[in-house]
Design a protein around this ligand. Structure first.
Ligand code: FUB
Length: 345
């Protein structure tokens, strides 16, 4: 199940394949076609990139990926994920880096070189938790939850890059949000799971565990513009995702534990938010669920994670999945149907 990038890219593998073709003449044409196809897909990838085809859900099966957030940019979808590295059978999150994948069609994917690691934030000490990337004025801003090195608790970092796939560098040399800035709950992990939107030129950051917080961002995307507000959302756990469809704003989030994804709608980004109920049921074999919602080339997608990979998948070895999302005529969202087949067209 596990492949190393080098197994896919290493030229010695191609040499072995060529030797095999020479020895097995009856299969020569078929194997030559496979080799050509492999080489062609890689013409468009950079050195160190890995290309693969999603064969249903989970879409990535050679490593564990979690906390998806997607960005549509220049006719491509960029998928940013965390990387679960906890060895089986141990429990607990072990996450040191984030990953970036891109696709033209949600089926054929390229994994890019690791774009960001916790150690890129000199002031942070661990936990590459959930994150989201957004573009503004030709720069890409990555908001990410990490454990702070000197202010006890979780915090939100900002990294910046010139290209969606990075590499990213710490934009501030300090955290944007620290645990001592939010007082709505006493827990030390409430400042996690950032989600960001730019609406009519104004950027907003939403985040939080147990409490949902939001604040405006200045045009530089690296400073808060005003006070941190809280939003009262029923059964709120974590993982907010803010998006817009037509003239509705949607705030989806993980609820309860194990988590279901539920959502609220509003005609105003500042609320009031009307609770609309369950969007996605508990995702197989994972306590967390963590969604991202995008429209790409005219279709809507619900991206989440489950613990479905045999034999060690689970709450701490999660895998990203993609299914279709559909809206009703009144703007509400139909409940997601999680499938093994995933996206096929
Ligand atoms: O991956 C670590 C944490 O698990 C995330 O920050 C939460 O949303 C949950 O998915």
């Amino acid at each position: 199940m596990y492949r190393d990038k080098k197994q896919i890219e290493d030229p010695s593998i191609q040499n072995e394949l060529e030797m095999f073709i020479m020895k097995r003449k009856p299969y020569k044409s078929l194997l030559a076609a496979m080799l050509l196809c492999h080489v062609c897909t890689n013409i468009y990838a950079q050195a160190g990139d890995t290309t693969f085809t999603a064969k249903g859900n989970p879409i990535i099966t050679y490593k564990y990926t979690a906390d998806p957030s997607a960005l549509v940019y220049n006719n491509k979808v960029y998928l940013f994920t965390g990387h679960d590295e906890r060895p089986a059978p141990k429990d607990g999150y072990e996450m040191y880096e984030w990953l970036c994948f891109s696709s033209d069609d949600m089926i054929h994917w390229t994994e890019h070189a690791v774009p960001l690691r916790v150690k890129d934030f000199a002031w942070a000490k661990g936990d590459a938790w959930a994150s989201q990337v957004i573009e503004r004025n030709g720069k890409f801003y990555w908001y990410a939850a990490v454990e702070h090195g000197s202010v006890p608790g979780k915090s939100i970092a900002v990294a910046v890059a010139d290209k969606p796939e990075g590499p990213y560098k710490d934009a501030l040399s300090k955290a944007l949000i620290t645990n001592d800035m939010t007082k709505a709950t006493n827990i030390s992990w409430d400042d996690i799971d950032p989600t960001v939107i730019i609406d009519n030129g104004q950027a907003y950051l939403f985040w939080g565990n147990t409490k949902c917080y939001y604040a405006k961002l200045k045009e530089n995307m690296m400073e808060l513009d005003g006070d941190i507000q809280t939003i009262d959302l029923p059964f709120y756990t974590e993982a907010p995702w803010i998006h817009k469809h037509g003239d509705w704003y949607y705030l989806s989030y993980a609820s309860g534990f194990p988590e279901k994804i539920v959502y609220a709608m509003s005609k105003n980004i500042n609320g009031p938010w009307e609770y609309k109920g369950i969007l996605n049921e508990i995702a197989g074999n994972s306590n967390t669920n963590h969604q991202s919602i995008i429209n790409f080339k005219g279709k809507d997608y619900f991206i989440y994670h489950n613990g479905a990979i045999n034999t060690h998948g689970g709450s701490f070895r999660r895998s990203v999945c993609v299914d279709h999302l559909y809206y009703n005529a009144d703007g509400t969202m139909k409940r997601v149907i999680m499938t093994s087949e995933g996206i096929q067209d």
